[in-house]
Design a protein around this ligand. Structure first.
Ligand SMILES: C[S@@+](CC[C@H](N)C(=O)[O-])C[C@H]1O[C@@H](n2cnc3c(N)ncnc32)[C@H](O)[C@@H]1O
Length: 219
């Protein structure tokens, strides 16, 4: 039998009570994002804190984020980078990324952010063409689900050996096992989850944390 704790509301409250307080600026960013119709796209405070710890633990210097929105994960990542570190932010929405950059400025990490506005497949392809293949330590994928396969392939090219790809929402609120869910996003995620499972180029695991996170280390 597997131990998998059920995340009740009370247990979630407990997790929050023993987790580091969400920094005031991040709380403000969450509040600002709450005004937007698509606010649910934002990562949770726990996921932001997790990214912060992960980036520090891995000693990441060069990162890519695919899917910035209003910047919660971007600021969390940038704050964890060392002096001289950089995170390339990829998003095609100018209004949301303007909020992200405002909060990067206010967090004092704007100099670590290289924001690329436009289609993320094109941005990553340009990075490869500009000679950046094999130069990144970490890629976080959290944009349109239909392009996850393309993002993963490009991330593999851009990563150094031993670099990590982190992919968000791979369980898609449980819809991946709901036969009646046949929309493009769910179908794409099901295909993505199978496509790289046995890929010899990576060592991979899926963690049922938040909305499901896949980790893949480049061999
Ligand atoms: C789930 S949100 C990202 C959430 C973000 N990581 C956070 O912490 O709040 C997905 C983002 O991907 C962006 N996006 C979707 N399709 C895209 C594409 N083809 N190219 C670039 N960005 C895209 C959207 O504009 C949106 O901001």
């Amino acid at each position: 039998m597997r131990v998998q704790v059920e995340m009740t509301e009370q247990l979630q409250d407990y997790v929050e009570s023993v987790s580091p307080d969400e920094p005031g600026l991040m709380r403000e960013l969450r509040k600002r994002t709450d005004e937007l119709p698509l606010r649910l796209m934002q990562v949770s405070p726990e996921e932001g804190q997790f990214l912060n710890v992960l980036v520090r633990a891995l000693g990441v210097r060069r990162a890519i984020e695919v899917g910035v929105f209003t910047g919660y994960s971007l600021v969390s990542t940038a704050m964890a980078l060392p002096e001289g570190g950089v995170v390339v932010g990829c998003d095609d929405n100018p209004e949301w990324t303007a909020i992200a950059m405002e909060f990067c400025e206010r967090a004092g990490v704007a100099d670590k952010v290289d924001m690329r506005l436009g289609d993320a497949v094109a941005t990553l392809t340009q990075l490869v063409e500009s000679g950046a293949a094999g130069t990144f330590d970490f890629v976080f994928i959290d944009a349109d689900k239909e392009n996850y396969g393309a993002y993963f392939e490009l991330a593999l090219t851009l990563l150094r050996q031993g670099g990590l790809i982190l992919v968000d929402n791979v369980l898609w609120h449980g819809a991946v096992i709901d036969e009646s869910a046949q929309d493009d996003e769910t179908t794409a995620l099901r295909a993505f989850n199978l496509r790289f499972r046995d890929d010899a180029r990576v060592e991979l695991c899926l963690l049922p944390f938040a909305d499901g996170l896949t980790f893949a280390v480049k061999r």
